[in-house]
Design a protein around this ligand. Sequence first.
Ligand code: BTN
Length: 246
Amino acid sequence: IGRTIRMLDTVDSTQRVAREWVAAGAEEGSVVLAEGQTAGRGRMERKWHSPQGKGIWMSLILKPTVPIHFLPQLTLLTAVALCRAVKQTIPVECGIKWPNDLLIGGRKTAGILLESSAEDERLRYVIAGIGVSVNLTEEDYPPELREIATSLRIAAGHAVDRTELLQTFFKQFEDLYDLYLQQGFGPIRTLWEASSITIGRKVSVRSASGDITGLALGIDEHGALLLQLDDGNIKPVYSGDVEARA
Ligand code: BTN
């Protein structure tokens, strides 16, 4: 991972650059890194705030030979690798909010967006878009994000070396990815559950098909969130936004 890195100054979105690179034959493990993005994209058609020089804005190209319905597992794997890399770099407690938001002190610090292409029910490639708010200060956030987002710099109280964090992440990701390809999702699932702040809480999941409220019990073998509803039934949830309930 990260053996071939394309380092760019400002781009619209590293996801777009990575997709073109895949079409031109990029190898597995290739990475697109940008100093800033003018049209960074988040999950659910949202924008991703990517100010110049302040974060890690990157897209990682993967070509796992697994069926298409394994994609959510890779999302969770990426979140675990990132959480571990952050903890190894600065002494903070970071937690994963299902499926893949990284939170420090309840505020979002990093996000992951996976995009893929498949053929015959198998993944052809996956582009893991990773955005880490590393050295943003309060002033770097627009007012609407100030209360809900934070950066590693704000959390740690000092500037954080982006290169060090990046290298630590590559190492963590590589280890977990190898483990995953050899042993499947089982070990990753355990690690994810251990780093999660969603499990054991009463939550509401908002999705296009409506809201569901229940107690988050864990994730299943596909990466779906298992919610215990008030009537006792257990329901797997495949996508949506989680909100904690009192
Ligand atoms: C989310 O939490 O909604 C996902 C955010 C993903 C942001 C990253 S930054 C690098 C890559 N390029 C993009 O346009 N988005 C992802």
